[in-house]
Design a protein around this ligand. Structure first.
Ligand SMILES: *[C@@H]1O[C@H](CO)[C@@H](O)[C@H](O)[C@H]1NC(C)=O
Ligand SMILES: *[C@@H]1O[C@H](CO)[C@@H](O)[C@H](O)[C@H]1NC(C)=O
Ligand SMILES: *[C@@H]1O[C@H](CO)[C@@H](O)[C@H](O)[C@H]1NC(C)=O
Ligand SMILES: CC(=O)N[C@H]1CO[C@H](CO)[C@@H](O)[C@@H]1O
Length: 654
C-alpha cells in the first residue's frame, strides 16, 4: 500500500513537475545535473561527420536577480553525442557561470583540447577568462583580461596554432568628439570595438587594435548625426563579434553595426580592405549584413576563403527572410569576392543574433543558428543531414561546434546502489552508474563483495545506452563497484566501492523477514545460484533497455495493491515470477517507470527508492511540498539589449 501510495504521489507530483522540468535531463548518480534535452532529426546519418556537439546553453547574459546566479547546472559547457545524449555536464567546473564559445581545439598539439570563455561575476570579483582544458577536464590555461577592461568579452576566444597565443574581442568606453557628425563642439561616450592577441601563459598583450580613430562614427548604422550624445558606456557603434588571424599575420574582424568585414594589417594595424558595408572595397556577387563568426578557412595572405554566418537579422529588423552560412572566396589583388557555398537556415528562419559556421574535416558544414540551440549539419553540397534544437525554449547557445574528442575524466565513475525486497529470498539490488565526461564507454561490468575485504565477484554486464546506465541484480549486493569498459573490453576506469542504500525501516515497506531486514548476500553464492537456475531471471540480461514508462507505472501500482503477502516460501520460480512478491519484477517495473520519473529529477528517484523502501511517506510528502517549483518565463535574451528576467522562484515564500 505504501509503495503504491508513494508512487501515486510521485506520479501526481510528476504531472505538475513536468510542466517545468520536462525539458531537462536528470540522473540518479548526479542528482544536481539538469542538462538540457534535445529534439534531433537525422536526415542522413551515413554522411554525418564523426564527433560530438559542443554547446554552452545560457538563459540570459547577466546573472539573475535577486540571486545573482545563473540557472544552476543548466548553463555552462556541455558535450552531447550525435543523438543528443549527454556526454559531459561541465557546469560545476566554473560554479554554474555562463560560458561562451565552447569548442574543441585541435591546433595546439596532437591532442584535442577544449576552450571556452567564462563570463564575469556580477559582483565584479572576477572579470572572467579564456579557459583551455585538457581531455581530463583539468584546467590547463586561464587567460586573463586587461586591467582596463570591464570583462573578458563573450564573443571570441580563438586559440591560435601552436596554442601559445589567443585572440579575444575588446569593448572599451571612450569619449569622442562629434566632428565626424558635423558637431565639433560636442562630445559623447562611445563603446569602441577591438581585439587583442594574448599570451596564453602570461595573459600579456601581444597585439592590440581598437576602432577608435580608425573607424568613423558615420560608418556605423546604429547611430546617426542627429543622435544625442550619451554618458558612459555610450554608443556601441561598431559591435565587434569575431576575430581571426592568417599565416601572413593579418587579422580579419567582423563588426556587426557597420555590416562590414575588415582585413587588418598585422604589421601596422591599418585597415587593408573592407568587405561589405557602406565603404565596400570589393567587386562582390552577393550582399550580407549583421554577420557573425567570420573565420579564415584558407588564406595565403592575398587570397582567402572565409566563412561567416550572414543575413542574420538583428534587434532592429530583418534585411532578408532567411539566414545563411556563407563561404566566400576573396582575391585582395583583383579585389573580387565570390560566394562559393551558401547554406540557408533549414527552417527558413532568421538568426537574429549570434551564430557560428564551422567547416568540418570531412568538408561537411556545421552551423549554429543559436537561438534555442538550433543547429544543423550539411554535406559539402549543402544537403541537410541533421537538425537539432533544445527542447527548452528558455536557452540559447552563442555558438555550436562539432568535433571528435576523447574525454577521460580524472574523477572516477559515479555509482549509486539501493536494495529492495519483501522477503529474505526476494531481494534485489538496483545499480545506477555514470561517468561524466567519458566519451567512449561501451559498457559496464559490475562487481560486488561479501564484506569489506572480500574479493570482488563479477555480478553482471550492461551495455551503455545512455549517460546513465541502470542495472538490476538478484540479491542484496553490497560493496559494489563498476568498471567502465570500452568497445574492446578494456577497462577505462573503476568506480569507488559503494555501499548499497537500504531502507531505514524494512518492516514499514512490507518486508516479511526479520525486522532487521536482510543481510548482504555473498555475491559468489548468488552468482552460482543464478548460473544454475532455470528461472527466467538472468542477472546479466536484466539491464533492461528502453521503456514504456506510463504503463509500467500503472502496472507496478496495480500489481502492488492487488498483491498478497505469501512470498515467504520461495520454491517455484513460476509462482514467484507471477506474484507481486517477486521483488525483481517490482524493480523492473520501477525501471519501466524510470523515464517518467526522470522528469521529476534524480533527487526524487532517490526519494522514490528511499521511500518505497523506508515507508517514509510523510517524509516524501514533506519533500515534495518543499521542493522548489521553477516557474520560467520565456524571454529571448539578446546581446547588447536589455533583457527581462527569466524567473527562478519558489512557489512557497522562503
Ligand atoms: C595565393 O593564392 C593565389 C591563388 O591560388 C595565387 O595566385 C597566389 O600567387 C598566392 N600567393 C602567395 C603569396 O602564395
Ligand atoms: C551489447 O552490445 C554488444 C556490442 O554492441 C551487442 O552485441 C549486444 O547484443 C548488446 N547486448 C545487449 C543486451 O544489448
Ligand atoms: C544470461 O546472461 C549471460 C551473459 O549475458 C548469457 O550468456 C546467458 O545466455 C544468459 N542466460 C539466459 C538464460 O538468458
Ligand atoms: C548572400 C545573401 O543572402 N545575400 C542577401 C543578404 O541580404 C541582402 C539584403 O536583403 C540581399 O540583397 C542579399 O541577396
Amino acid at each position: 500500500m505504501l509503495f503504491a501510495g508513494a508512487l501515486s504521489l510521485l506520479f501526481l507530483h510528476n504531472a505538475a513537475a513536468q510542466r517545468h522540468d520536462a525539458d531537462l535531463m536528470s540522473f540518479v548518480t548526479l542528482p544536481e545535473v539538469r542538462a538540457l534535452k534535445w529534439e534531433v532529426t537525422h536526415h542522413d546519418r551515413t554522411r554525418a561527420a564523426p564527433g560530438y556537439w559542443f554547446v554552452a546553453p545560457y538563459g540570459q547574459i547577466s546573472p539573475e536577480h535577486p540571486t545573482q546566479k545563473y540557472q544552476q547546472y543548466q548553463v555552462g559547457p556541455y558535450i552531447y553525442d550525435n543523438d543528443g545524449m549527454l556526454i559531459w555536464a561541465g557546469a560545476p567546473l566554473y560554479d554554474n557561470r555562463n560560458v561562451f564559445d565552447f569548442k574543441p581545439v585541435t591546433n595546439i598539439d596532437e591532442e584535442t583540447h577544449l576552450s571556452f570563455i567564462v563570463s564575469w561575476e556580477i559582483d565584479s570579483s572576477d572579470k572572467g577568462s579564456g579557459v583551455i582544458v585538457d581531455k581530463n577536464y583539468k584546467v590547463e590555461k586561464e587567460v586573463g583580461v586587461l586591467n582596463d577592461l570591464h570583462d573578458f568579452n563573450m564573443h571570441e576566444f580563438n586559440v591560435l596554432p601552436g596554442g601559445k597565443s589567443a585572440l579575444a574581442c575588446t569593448y572599451r568606453n571612450q569619449v569622442i568628439n562629434l566632428a565626424d557628425f558635423g558637431r565639433p563642439t560636442e562630445e559623447s561616450w562611445i563603446v569602441t570595438g577591438g581585439f587583442v592577441e594574448l599570451d596564453v601563459e602570461t595573459s600579456e598583450v601581444l597585439v592590440q587594435w581598437d576602432s577608435f580613430g580608425k573607424i568613423a562614427l558615420h560608418e556605423s548604422n546604429m547611430f546617426h548625426a542627429w543622435d544625442s550624445p550619451q554618458d558612459a558606456p555610450g554608443w556601441d557603434y561598431v559591435h565587434i563579434n569575431a576575430v581571426d588571424k592568417n599565416i601572413a599575420g593579418d587579422f580579419i574582424i567582423s563588426l556587426r553595426f557597420t555590416n562590414t568585414i575588415y582585413g587588418i594589417s598585422g604589421e601596422d594595424g591599418s585597415i587593408m580592405w573592407r568587405l561589405g558595408g557602406p565603404q565596400n572595397d570589393f567587386d562582390m556577387d552577393f550582399a550580407f549584413s549583421k554577420q557573425h563568426d567570420v573565420k579564415f578557412v584558407t588564406s595565403n595572405g592575398t587570397h582567402h576563403v572565409i566563412s561567416f554566418l550572414n543575413n542574420a537579422s538583428d534587434e532592429r529588423g530583418a534585411d532578408e527572410s532567411v539566414s545563411a552560412a556563407l563561404f566566400v572566396e576573396m582575391d585582395t589583388i583583383a579585389m573580387t569576392a565570390r560566394v562559393i557555398n551558401r547554406i540557408n537556415r533549414p527552417d527558413s528562419g532568421l538568426t537574429r543574433l549570434r551564430g557560428s559556421v564551422q567547416l568540418l574535416p570531412n568538408d561537411n558544414v556545421f552551423v549554429g543558428w543559436s537561438e534555442r540551440g538550433y543547429q544543423s549539419e550539411h554535406a559539402p553540397n549543402g544537403d541537410l543531414l541533421m537538425t537539432a534544437r533544445f527542447v527548452s525554449e528558455r536557452y540559447s547557445t552563442y555558438r555550436s561546434y562539432k568535433g571528435e574528442f576523447v574525454g577521460r575524466p580524472s574523477a572516477p565513475p559515479d555509482l549509486v546502489a539501493s536494495v529492495y525486497g519483501t522477503s529474505d529470498e526476494d531481494v534485489t539490488t538496483l545499480i545506477h552508474v555514470s561517468w561524466n565526461g567519458a566519451t567512449d564507454v561501451a559498457g559496464w561490468n559490475f562487481y560486488a563483495k561479501a564484506y569489506d575485504r572480500g574479493s570482488s565477484v563479477f555480478i553482471g554486464h550492461a551495455n551503455k545506452t545512455n549517460f546513465e546506465t541502470m542495472y538490476i541484480v538478484d540479491g542484496y549486493m553490497d560493496w559494489i563497484t563498476a568498471d567502465a569498459i570500452d568497445k574492446d573490453g578494456k577497462v577505462l576506469s573503476t568506480s569507488r566501492v559503494t555501499r548499497s542504500e537500504i531502507p531505514t525501516n524494512w518492516k514499514g515497506v512490507g518486508f516479511l523477514g526479520s525486522a532487521k531486514g536482510p543481510t548482504p548476500d555473498d555475491p559468489s553464492l548468488i552468482a552460482a545460484v543464478t548460473e544454475g537456475s532455470s528461472s527466467t531471471s538472468n542477472a546479466s540480461s536484466d539491464s533492461v533497455g528502453s521503456t514504456d514508462s506510463v504503463d509500467g507505472m500503472a502496472d507496478m501500482v496495480n500489481d502492488h495493491t492487488s498483491s498478497g503477502s505469501d512470498s515467504g516460501s520461495n520454491s517455484g520460480s513460476e509462482h514467484i515470477s507471477s506474484s507481486y512478491a517477486d521483488a525483481k519484477e517490482v524493480a523492473k517495473a520501477v525501471y519501466r517507470a524510470y523515464d517518467v520519473i526522470r522528469g521529476v529529477g534524480g533527487l526524487l528517484i532517490f526519494i522514490l527508492v528511499a521511500c518505497t523502501l523506508g515507508g517514509v511517506i510523510a517524509g516524501l510528502w514533506r519533500m515534495i511540498q518543499s521542493r522548489k517549483m521553477r516557474s520560467y518565463q520565456h524571454v529571448p535574451s539578446e546581446e547588447g539589449m536589455p533583457v527581462e528576467e527569466i524567473h527562478l522562484r519558489s512557489q512557497r515564500p522562503e
